[in-house]
Design a protein around this ligand. Structure first.
Ligand SMILES: NC(=O)C1=CN([C@@H]2O[C@H](COP(=O)(O)OP(=O)(O)OC[C@H]3O[C@@H](n4cnc5c(N)ncnc54)[C@H](OP(=O)(O)O)[C@@H]3O)[C@@H](O)[C@H]2O)C=CC1
Ligand SMILES: N[C@@H](CC(=O)OP(=O)(O)O)C(=O)O
Length: 346
C-alpha cells in the first residue's frame, strides 16, 4: 500500500528535488502539487522551470498545480512535504495541520518551537514523540515536523556519532563553504559569486548554533532539553553548485585520538528506512577528501562524507560534506516522512 502525498511549493528548487525523489519512491504516490496563485490552475510542466538533469516525470508534468490551501488538497492525501519560502510556510502550514494533514517541512519557520520536532531520523527520531504534546496542546489532528537547515544537517550526524561513542561534546566551532543552490536560483547572481566567496549568509550562523543543540538534546516525554555544548559557526558562500563543505573543531571531555574519531564516524548506525544510506557517515582516509564535486553524491546524496581527522590546537579537527538539496533539504523531508509513516503518525 502506498501513501498518497502532496508537495507544497512543488514548482520551486526544493520542490523539484522532492518530485525527483518521490516519483520513484516505493512507499509514496504523488497526488497533489501546490504553488502560488500565479501557478495554480496550470499543468505542472508549464509553470515549473525544471532545472534538474533528469526529465520531469511524465505523469507529474500533466498534473494540475493547485493553490496552497487545505481546501485545494484532497482529503485522501494525508502527508504533505512543504518546501515553501519560510514567510509563506509560517502562514499556511498551521491551517494544513489544523485540517488534519501531517506536514513534513523543510522551511525554517517554527523549527525552534518547543513542541515542533526538529528531526534527523538517524540522530533523534525519538523526538517525534513530541507530536503527542503538539497535538494535545494545539488541538491538531494533523502534525508539523521540521528538518534542519542544510548546513546543520551536514555536521550534526558527526557530532551524534561522537556522543554515541561516549565522547562528551563541550565546544564546537564550525566554518562552512556553502554551495549556491542553498540560496535558491535567484539567491546570488553570477556576477556576485564567480571568482569570489561571500563571508556572510543571513541568519545562517544562528541556525547552526541553535538547531544543533536542539537536535542533540534529550526529550524526556514531556519536554526537550537542549544539549549543553557551545557551538560557534561562521558561514561562507562559495561558487559550487551543490554540496556544503564544513570545517569542524571539537573540544571534548575526553581526549579521543583521530583513529577513535574515525571509528566513531564509521560505526554510527544508519536506519532501515528507504532513504537512509548505509553507511550513514562515509569516512575518507585521504586528507584531501571530501570534496563537493567528487563526494556530494555518496549514498545517493543522502550520506555524510567526513575526512581529514587530525589533532589540532583546539582539539580534534575534521571536515564534513553533504548534498545540501538532497540530504540537506528534499531528502531530509522525505526521510522524515518515511519515519512518520513507520511510527504510525500517518
Ligand atoms: N534545508 C535547506 O537547507 C534548504 C532549504 N531551503 C528552503 O526551502 C524552501 C524553498 O526553497 P526553494 O525551493 O529554493 O524556493 P523557490 O523560490 O525555488 O520555490 C518556492 C516555492 O514556493 C511557492 N510559493 C512562493 N510564494 C508562494 C505563496 N505566496 N503561496 C504559495 N506558494 C508560494 C513557489 O511557487 P511559484 O513557482 O508559483 O512561485 C515555489 O513553488 C525555502 O524555505 C528555503 O529556505 C532551500 C534550500 C535548502
Ligand atoms: N540558507 C541555506 C539554505 C536554506 O534555505 O536554509 P533554511 O532551510 O534554514 O532556510 C543556504 O544558503 O545554503
Amino acid at each position: 500500500m502506498t501513501v498518497r502525498v502532496g508537495v507544497l511549493g512543488a514548482t520551486g528548487a526544493v520542490g523539484q528535488r522532492l518530485i525527483q525523489l518521490l516519483e520513484p519512491h516505493p512507499e509514496f504516490e504523488i497526488a497533489a502539487l501546490t504553488a502560488s496563485d500565479e501557478s495554480a490552475g496550470h499543468p505542472y510542466r508549464d509553470v515549473a522551470k525544471w532545472r534538474i538533469d533528469t526529465p520531469i516525470p511524465e505523469e507529474v508534468g500533466e498534473m494540475t498545480v493547485t493553490a496552497t490551501t487545505p481546501e485545494a488538497v484532497p482529503d485522501d492525501v494525508p502527508l504533505l512535504f512543504s518546501s515553501l519560502p519560510s514567510t509563506v510556510g509560517a502562514k499556511v502550514e498551521t491551517p494544513f495541520c489544523e485540517a488534519g494533514y501531517v506536514v513534513s517541512s523543510n522551511s525554517s519557520n517554527a523549527r525552534m518551537e518547543s513542541d515542533v520536532p526538529l528531526v534527523i531520523p538517524e540522530v533523534n527520531g525519538d523526538h517525534l514523540e513530541a507530536l503527542e504534546i503538539q497535538r494535545e496542546e494545539r488541538g491538531w489532528d494533523g502534525a508539523l515536523v521540521k528538518n534542519p537547515n542544510c548546513s546543520t544537517i551536514t555536521f550534526v550526524p558527526t557530532l551524534a556519532a561522537l556522543a554515541e561513542a561516549g565522547i562528551g561534546l563541550e565546544t564546537v566551532h564550525v566554518a562552512t563553504l556553502q554551495a549556491v543552490s542553498g540560496a535558491g536560483y535567484d539567491g546570488v547572481t553570477s556576477m556576485e559569486i564567480i571568482d569570489n566567496a561571500i563571508p556572510h549568509i543571513g541568519s545562517e550562523e544562528a541556525k547552526l548554533e541553535t538547531e544543533s543543540r536542539k537536535l542533540l538534546g534529550e526529550f524526556d516525554g514531556t519536554a526537550l532539553a537542549d544539549h549543553e555544548m557551545e557551538v560557534a559557526a561562521s558561514c561562507n558562500r562559495i561558487p559550487t553548485i551543490d554540496g556544503h563543505l564544513e570545517n569542524v573543531w571539537i573540544e571534548t571531555s575526553e581526549d579521543p585520538s583521530p583513529e577513535e574519531v574515525r571509528e566513531a564516524f564509521a560505526e554510527y548506525p544508519s536506519l532501515s528506512l528507504h532513504s537512509s544510506p548505509e553507511p550513514l557517515i562515509h569516512v575518507f582516509e585521504d586528507p584531501e577528501r571530501p570534496q563537493p564535486r567528487l563526494d556530494r553524491t555518496v549514498g545517493d546524496g543522502m550520506a555524510i562524507a567526513a575526512g581529514g581527522v587530525r589533532e589540532s590546537t583546539f582539539g580534534i579537527q575534521y571536515n564534513c560534506l553533504a548534498h545540501n538539496t538532497l540530504r540537506g533539504a528534499a531528502g531530509a523531508s522525505v526521510l522524515n516522512g518515511e519515519l512518520l509513516v513507520e511510527e504510525g503518525y500517518v
